[in-house]
Design a binder for this molecule. Sequence first.
Ligand code: IMP
Length: 440
Amino acid sequence: MANVVIAGMQWGDEGKGKIVDLICPAFDAVVRFQGGHNAGHTVKFGDKHFALRLIPSGILHEGMRCVLGNGMVIAPDAFLEELGELRDAGVDGDGRLFVSDRATVILPVHAALDQAREKARGADAIGTTSRGIGPAYESKASRYGLRVADLGAPDLVERLEGLLAVIRPQLADLGADLDADECDVAWLAEKCRGWAEALAPMVADTSGMLYELRREGANVLFEGAQGALLDIDHGTYPYVTSSNSTVGGAAPGAGVPPQTIDGGIGILKAYTTRVGAGPFVTELTGEIGEHLGRRGNEFGTVTGRPRRCGWLDLVAGRYTQRLNGVDGFALTKLDVMDELEEVQVCTAYRINGEERRDFPASRAEEEAAEPVYKTVPGWQANTVGILDFDDLPQAAKDYVALIEEELETPVLIVSTGPRREETILRRNLEAFQRVTGGRL
Ligand code: IMP
């Protein structure tokens, strides 16, 4: 197998960064295909700790080609800052880090609009990362957005005037400060020209580059951000992000034909977390939720917000696996559950007295849903750093088996700690060999 997509199976923060970093050696290039710096991928190995937002985790592997695809929304300042941090840490992207010329630019005015809207929503706020993701995708869909290739365009000023003509009245309605720099065409144009220059060595027709790589027989990893339940079409709308974070998004978001994608790995956290607002059927607001949050260090990589924690939801899991069709899962943060006496797993929802196994589309039904739990024993043993599946306590193995059975998908990788090294690779499974091409 050559081309594989990594996708989050829940509401993001499943630990994709660690898994991408881990399996990178089996691939020649890593591509991000949606989202922007709303994502936060944490990678730890040895005594090093990297929080990546825009740049694929593959950058930490020498010689690995890394691509920011056309489906992304890119804030150039954030990108350049991240690049600087990597350089300071001795990681160099020269000649192997590329930015799609067709990616959409997030301008500071998009972030201002995101923030002003969230403020105006009050108690109904979506809880966005306030990075301007939604407004930038809106500009793209409404066809007044600015793309990377246009940053130094001869008609840049006219384009920016067009964009501001749409956004300024919205900001004015929301009571935002229109005298701020980000609303000023001359200031924006100056910024854009600077970004055009700084990005120039990295800007490329990345779809064309991936075409050439495919012809050379290279193996490409597509790195999803967020998770399937935040997908703009399939997620818990309107509490979603503004892109397709499911496996299918990789084709348009990277500019590759869908039939060239050979498979997927779904990242599934052993319990559930969610940042921001929106229904969360298995949420635990008491002591156990706090314990998971504390032990799992469940604070947003981007915003630092505490994540809401809850039991594993297999109704959601069944739904997101139906959408993603991954070959296998990487089950993350199993060790975080080590101390629990018993563990609950949601196998169905009860909605208005009726037991349901499907994931509801309507917000009213999602909000009304109550979890139907299966209770299983906890393992109450230390699993941190276990490297061999056979060494897991029996109750932990049973928990993994329950997930495999309910979701009809094998667990290929089990993460037993935040570090790269703390991972069980189930190399004996046929699907593991298939998705890694036997190269891991
Ligand atoms: P936005 O993507 O900033 O517009 O935020 C929309 C929703 O997606 C909010 O609930 C965010 O908390 C959530 N979100 C966006 N990116 C991530 C992520 O990388 N991990 C988890 N949640 C995210």
